[in-house]
Design a protein around this ligand. Structure first.
Ligand SMILES: [Zn+2]
Length: 133
C-alpha cells in the first residue's frame, strides 16, 4: 500500500498531457519540444503522435530558444497593435508567438530572436537577439 513515487506520477501525467509538460517547462523558463525517436522529427506544438511517422515515441528536449522570424504580421485591436510571428527555432520546429520590445511593424522576416517567458511564466514570447546585429 505504498503511495506511488512522485516521479512516476509526473511521468504518467506527462504521458496524458503533452501540453501540460510544455506549460510546466515554461513555468521554469524552459521552452520544451518533442523529438521523435523513430524519425528524428522535431515536434511542436506538443502532441501524443509524431505527425510525420505516427509513432508515439516522442521524447522531450529543451530548446536553445534561439530562432529566426519566418513570418510576421501586425494585429490591431482595441488595446493597440501587436505582432504575431512564426519563428523557426534553430532546433528545427516552427511556432507561433510574438516579439516583444520593438514596435510591432519593426519586426522583420529574418530577424534573429530569443525565447523568453512572460512575467507570469505562462506564455512563450520572443525578444530581439541583440548580439546578432
Ligand atoms: Zn516520427
Amino acid at each position: 500500500m505504498n503511495p506511488p513515487a512522485p516521479h512516476g506520477v509526473a511521468e504518467a501525467q506527462e504521458h496524458r498531457s503533452p501540453a501540460l509538460t510544455h506549460r510546466a517547462g515554461l513555468s521554469r523558463g524552459e521552452l520544451r519540444y518533442q523529438r521523435c525517436a523513430h524519425c528524428a522529427s522535431a515536434v511542436f506544438p506538443p502532441r501524443t503522435l509524431c505527425p510525420d511517422c505516427g509513432t508515439q515515441q516522442l521524447g522531450w528536449e529543451r530548446s536553445t530558444g534561439d530562432g529566426t522570424v519566418y513570418a510576421t504580421t501586425v494585429v490591431r485591436g482595441r488595446d493597440g497593435a501587436h505582432n504575431v510571428v512564426l519563428v523557426d527555432l534553430d532546433d528545427g520546429f516552427r511556432m507561433m508567438s510574438r516579439v516583444e520590445g520593438p514596435a510591432p511593424q519593426d519586426v522583420a522576416i529574418g530577424d534573429r530572436v530569443r525565447f523568453r517567458t512572460t512575467a507570469d511564466g505562462d506564455t512563450a514570447v520572443f525578444e530581439p537577439k541583440e548580439d546578432a546585429r
